[in-house]
Design a protein around this ligand. Structure first.
Ligand SMILES: Cc1cc2nc3c(=O)[nH]c(=O)nc-3n(C[C@H](O)[C@H](O)[C@H](O)COP(=O)(O)OP(=O)(O)OC[C@H]3O[C@@H](n4cnc5c(N)ncnc54)[C@H](O)[C@@H]3O)c2cc1C
Length: 266
């Protein structure tokens, strides 16, 4: 690890000021991604600005037709929240599948969406539910937020404050987890909302994406059979020592079928 200064921000405005004052500073939330990055000397921030326990970034509540979750809310809190389990059980189930108990007790939803790992779970729910990412500067629609592998619409020093999920009529998430890390080899979030069916796939490609062919097919026939033989663009699929493109595409299809069946079963 390179040397750095650690500052625990006492308020969002103090965090903003620190980030503005030190251009080489980095925000620290749960540290589950950033700390390993520092340990491998892949980043050399001058300061770590800890926002992980800021009151402005915490909390879970239903506001009208939305579920609002503060950026520093930990995965375990989402997984076990009575509010989330009642309003959006698929999201509680998703959070409960992230990594392991240590990761779930430290990692945060804000850190996860800001990091935008192509195999992370939350981005699938954020995109499928057409959520809004609220930052200290603006509101960003999910469709504009995720911009490919580890890339987002966040500007330098911009802080995710909360995520607002539109509540669907029903939804479900299924993933095929990598046995070592728990990250999704492929995961599918299926949601039925007022605008119809939305399907978001994570883990399979360079970034989370909507499987629009599946959405259209399921709009006509809400059954797993509708997914048979549907095209899934292989050119963008990940291929590595763990799985070929074809294997990941097949996993994405199977996870979508399972998520659909889970959603239909209630
Ligand atoms: C062993 C292991 C297994 C894992 N398995 C899974 C898994 O199965 N599924 C999954 O989805 N994830 C998994 N993760 C990742 C985990 O979910 C992390 O919690 C997440 O990627 C980052 O969240 P964090 O709060 O720890 O962020 P940090 O590590 O603190 O930060 C990550 C990045 O986001 C930035 N950042 C943090 N918060 C904000 C904010 N509010 N606004 C703007 N930028 C911010 C930081 O500056 C940094 O660049 C795993 C991690 C580990 C170590």
């Amino acid at each position: 690890m390179f040397q750095f200064n650690y500052v625990k921000a006492k308020s969002l405005s103090e965090a903003q000021a620190l980030i503005a004052e030190h251009p080489e500073a980095k925000l620290l939330s749960g540290g589950m991604t950033l700390i390993p990055t520092l340990k491998q000397r892949l980043a050399q921030p001058s300061h770590l600005v800890d926002i992980g326990s800021l009151p402005e970034l915490r909390g879970i509540e239903v506001k009208g037709t939305q579920l609002v979750i503060g950026a520093a809310t930990r995965h375990h809190e989402v997984a076990t929240s009575a509010v989330v389990k009642k309003a959006l059980p698929a999201l509680a189930a998703l959070a409960d599948q992230i990594g392991d108990p240590q990761v779930r007790n430290r990692g945060t939803i804000g850190g996860s969406v800001a990091n935008n790992d192509p195999a992370a779970d939350y981005p699938a729910a954020v995109l499928a539910l057409d959520a809004t990412i609220v930052t200290n500067k603006r509101e960003i629609a999910a469709a504009d937020f995720f911009q490919g592998m580890f890339a987002t619409a966040l500007e330098e020093g911009e802080i995710v404050v909360r995520v607002k999920f539109n509540l669907p009529k029903r939804a479900a998430y299924e993933k095929f987890a990598h046995p070592a890390s728990g990250y999704a080899m492929a995961g599918s979030f299926v949601a039925e909302g007022s605008g119809g069916i939305r399907v978001a796939i994570t883990g399979a490609a360079s970034g989370v994406f909507r499987w629009t062919e599946a959405e259209q097919a399921l709009g006509k026939k809400l059954s797993a059979e509708a997914l048979e033989g549907l095209p899934l663009d292989l050119s963008n699929m990940n291929e590595d020592i763990h799985a070929t493109r074809e294997y990941r595409a097949n996993l994405a299809r199977v996870m979508t079928k399972r998520a659909l069946q889970k959603m239909l079963a209630g």
